[in-house]
Design a protein around this ligand. Structure first.
Ligand code: FMN
Length: 168
């Protein structure tokens, strides 16, 4: 398999941990989707993040991505994000509108606190009709923090993604 790429957006770090475990197991390259205006990652300020995220959602905003996504160099791209207000953060819409994923294989994953993928994998299929969107992996937040390497390995195996553990 040609090298895969993992793109992830994460504010509290749990989608990042999941992305890093996928990278460890697959050898894929990994790039964070960095917002031009960073979000407050202090969990004590959850209410203000929730309000901001709700406004972005209700006003159908497209928060700017600061860094370049090197997607043209890859055929297989994992995309990870948290659930925000029952869907993905609006910056993920920015990603799909700014970059053309036609002809690529997309493998979504997400973290959540009960909403699972919230229908976002189906949304990705709608947004990327010319991509091959494989079955995603929703990971509950506390599981993501604890780490779920076996669950991730099982998912990758089912997708027939070549599995690479570092030799001990
Ligand atoms: C603004 C905001 C909205 C959220 N909305 C939902 C939601 O609708 N459903 C859900 O299951 N979890 C929701 N969560 C919980 C996050 O999905 C969960 O904390 C996730 O692990 C965060 O990922 P991160 O650590 O990569 O930022 C929300 C969290 C935030 C900050």
């Amino acid at each position: 398999m040609k090298k895969a790429l993992i793109l992830y957006f994460s504010v509290y770090g749990t989608a990042k941990l999941t992305a890093e475990e996928i990278a460890k197991q697959t050898g894929a390259d990994i790039v964070e989707i960095e917002p031009a205006n960073p979000y407050d990652s202090d969990r004590n300020h959850y209410n203000s993040l929730a309000r901001l995220a709700k406004r972005e959602h209700d006003e159908n905003l497209r928060p700017e991505i600061k860094n370049d996504m090197p997607i043209k160099d890859y055929d297989t791209i994992f995309i990870g994000y948290p659930m925000w207000w029952y869907t993905f953060p609006m910056i993920i819409y920015t990603l799909f509108e700014k970059y053309d994923f036609s002809g690529k294989t997309i493998i979504p994953f997400n973290t959540h606190m009960g909403s699972s993928d919230g229908g976002t994998y189906a949304t990705i299929k709608e947004l990327c009709p010319n991509s091959n969107v494989l079955s995603g992996l929703p990971v509950e937040m506390s599981d993501a923090e604890r780490g779920v390497p076996d669950k991730i390995a099982h998912w990758l195996n089912k997708l027939n993604i070549k599995y690479r553990r570092e030799p001990k």
